[in-house]
Design a protein around this ligand. Structure first.
Ligand code: FCB
Length: 449
């Protein structure tokens, strides 16, 4: 039985600038926080990653061979404005060429303006806890739009502000590696403000663009259905899944969440008059990233700090994932994906949804020129079936972007985690289509499973 997707469903693959481009000093690019953070921490860096800055034509050819019609990529602020303010035309020219090459191959470009690679010069001014960055981001958005806006219709302001704020400034596992929970909350608010200002700027530039933000969601599971477990799950859910979403929908930060975070004393003072209106610009679509659920348990003492890396959470802990895990240790629960999409459909009053990322890391091996990644094939099959089920039950899901086109630089995990449909040999830069790429190409060709 074929499970068909709606006509016009947008099938795509996704990447991010720092994870694939390499050439971190070419053509006037300035350092980003990921260059400095990885160097300082002795981690693998994004150079050369997939050497995509020089091999983009080959990569677009691969996309075209796969027949996947949409491609989501991000623009590196530090290429376009090495100091965060001054335009570097050679950096912009790269994205101009990339967009033309995609269009020449019949592939629709979807641009994300910020996928975590802040110019280091702006971190030197305090980074995202400094609200002045919101205006600078809007200027940057407009600069990119001036060059690409005649050909790009789909714009995403920010990818996963949750990670940029809470992992970058809260537990410090990501760049810029700062551990300050109070500052992390302020960074989160300022990222939303930046999104709002950039959205206004993009819309003021005219044209028919569709503007979105991409949020990552983790549905919360508990073992027991009692009041204490429900409250533990609520705390995690509100901070992980609603801190960014509710203000975007014009509802402000949920009062229970403000109460959960009040002991840090930073979020409410950071919300200036008018901010909540600015950041709640109507969205054309919501980008949804889903990988795995989380598991919550209550703690006896409501004031004990949580073991989970989210800023300010108390009175609950997260439990280890169970069942079948990916190589990153993420739990595989496609049914949570269906529930999430149905919940979003309802909570966002029918706002159209696009899956901006979904995928899985496994250890792959090239054997006689092939990569038989059956675990990834199964992950995609099950998660696409989950998306299909949500659509059948009424969720307005307009598209699906597989993460990722290429094996790439997986942030703090370096090159140890392979998410690609296409295998990359990081020594030779050779690309080999995995079985999952062939599987996905077939789904796309049939617009069904
Ligand atoms: C998401 C990121 C993306 C990639 C995947 C695995 O959180 O947006 O860049 O690292 O996780």
């Amino acid at each position: 039985m074929t499970r068909g997707f709606p006509a016009g469903f947008r099938w795509g693959t996704a990447t991010a600038a720092y994870q694939i481009e390499g050439s971190t000093t070419a053509d006037g690019r300035g350092p980003s926080i990921w260059d400095t953070f990885t160097a300082r921490s002795g981690l693998a860096t994004g150079d050369p990653a997939c050497d995509h800055y020089r091999r983009y034509r080959e990569d677009v050819r691969l996309l075209s061979e796969l027949g996947v019609p949409y491609y989501r990529f991000s623009v590196a602020w530090s290429r376009v404005m090495p100091d965060g303010r001054t335009v570097e035309p050679r950096g912009l020219a790269f994205y101009d060429r990339l967009v033309d090459t995609l269009l020449d191959h019949g592939i629709t470009p979807m641009v994300t303006l910020y996928h975590w690679d802040l110019p280091e010069a702006l971190q030197a001014e305090g980074g995202w806890p400094n609200r002045a960055l919101a205006d600078l981001f809007a200027d940057y958005a407009l600069t990119v739009h001036k060059v690409l806006g005649d050909r790009v219709r789909q714009w995403t302001t920010i990818n996963e502000p949750f990670c940029a704020a809470f992992i970058g400034y809260g537990n410090g596992d990501h760049a810029p590696g700062i551990r300050d929970e109070g500052a992390a909350l302020v960074a989160g608010h300022n990222l939303l403000l930046a999104h709002g200002k950039a959205t206004r700027a993009l819309r003021s530039a005219g044209g028919e663009q569709e503007v979105s933000i991409v949020l990552n969601f983790a549905p919360v599971l508990t073992d027991v259905d009692d009041a204490a477990h429900r409250e533990a799950a609520r705390k995690f859910d509100f901070l992980h899944n609603r801190f960014f979403l509710d203000p975007l929908l014009g509802r402000g930060y949920p009062p229970e969440l403000l109460a959960d975070l009040a002991h840090l004393g930073t979020l409410e003072p950071a919300i200036a008059d008018g901010d909540l209106e600015i950041l709640a610009q109507p969205l054309d679509v919501l980008g949804v990233n889903y990988y795995a659920p989380a598991r919550a348990v209550p703690l006896d003492d409501p004031e004990t700090d949580s073991n989970c890396p989210l800023p300010g959470l108390r009175g609950m802990d997260v439990q280890p994932p169970r069942g079948e895990l990916t190589s990153l240790g993420w739990e595989q629960r496609p049914e949570c994906f269906t529930e999430l999409l149905l919940w979003l459909h309802e909570h966002c009053d029918g706002l159209p949804l696009v899956i901006a990322e979904n995928g899985a890391a496994f250890e792959d091996e090239v054997v006689e020129g092939r990569v038989h990644d059956e675990k990834r094939v199964r992950y995609f099959a099950e998660h696409l079936a989950a998306v299909h089920a949500a659509i059948e039950r009424g969720a307005d899901v307009r598209g699906y972007m597989a993460w990722s086109l290429l094996d790439n630089f997986e942030w703090a995990m370096g090159y140890t985690q392979r998410f690609g449909l296409v295998h990359v040999d990081f020594e030779t830069q050779e690309r080999v289509l995995k079985d999952s790429a062939l599987f996905y190409a077939d789904v796309v060709a049939r617009n069904g499973l």
